[in-house]
Design a protein around this ligand. Structure first.
Ligand code: PGA
Length: 247
């Protein structure tokens, strides 16, 4: 098993204004000052906060992710934001295929594949999110669903700049976390897929997301093939985000 440095990523979703985000980052940076972190920290704010955070985080080691992107490069696409614009604003990563995008905004596998390609083509790194619904899990289809999302989204992925996030839909924002065993067995499955698909598959970080919080982070991070966490609700407060980063 390859040693992969762990990543703690905060997905702010549609929360925090510019001033709230500035307050968050000032607290986080002051708490981190003088500390040696063994984990990579990553924040995924709204587009409107990216350049402010990029300026404040310069030199801190904290990287930024966008929560979405257009698949087109430029042009008449009102309301869309290109990968080049996100890069320009300071993002190094882009979340693609979050279940809220799939379920609320109807983003389907073929669109997500185009987005993944656009991110890689634009020199950023996709965090490709996959996960099954409660019905699918109860119907015994969890592995099949997740592997089919991966197969579809990552076909002919062009380089090794990739992160995968396993986020069981039933665990997102519900307070119901996957058990460490559930997370482990899915991550092992995902790893097998990545290794079979790509010569560099053993090095792709696989994050777990879904009600990750300070109380369960250590146990989740201790699982084999859990290379980090994608944290929603508990990333909105700098103290709880930091607790997770430091467990
Ligand atoms: P949650 O969200 O931690 O609030 O469950 C996780 C996510 O959607 O990335």
């Amino acid at each position: 098993m390859a040693v992969i440095p762990q990543i703690i990523a905060g997905n702010w979703k549609m929360n925090l204004t510019l001033s709230q985000g500035a307050e968050f980052i000032d607290i986080l940076l002051s708490r981190l000052s003088g500390k040696e972190l063994s984990r990579q920290l990553l924040l995924a704010p709204n587009f409107t906060l990216l350049s402010m955070l990029a300026q404040r985080c310069a030199g801190s080691g904290i990287a930024l992710a966008a929560q979405n992107c257009a698949f087109q490069e430029a042009g008449a696409f009102t309301g869309e934001t290109s990968v080049a614009m996100l890069k320009d604003a300071g993002a190094a990563y882009v979340l693609v295929g979050h279940s809220e995008r799939r379920q609320i905004f109807g983003e389907r596998d073929d669109l997500l594949r185009q987005k993944v390609r656009a991110v890689a083509g634009g020199g950023l790194r996709p965090i490709f999110c996959v996960g099954e619904t409660l019905d699918q899990r109860q119907g015994g289809e969890a592995f099949e669903v997740v592997i089919s999302q991966l197969r579809s989204g990552l076909v002919e992925f062009p380089n090794r700049q990739l992160i995968v996030a396993y986020e069981p839909v039933w665990a997102i924002g519900t307070g119901q976390t996957a058990t460490p065993e559930d997370a482990r067995s899915m991550h092992v499955h995902i790893r097998k897929f990545l290794e079979a698909q790509f010569p560099w598959g053993e090095r792709v970080p696989i994050l777990y997301g879904g009600s990750a919080k300070p109380e369960n982070a250590a146990e989740l991070l201790a699982q084999p093939e859990v290379n980090g966490l994608l944290v929603g609700g508990a990333s909105l407060d700098p103290e709880s985000f930091l607790q997770i980063a430091l467990v």
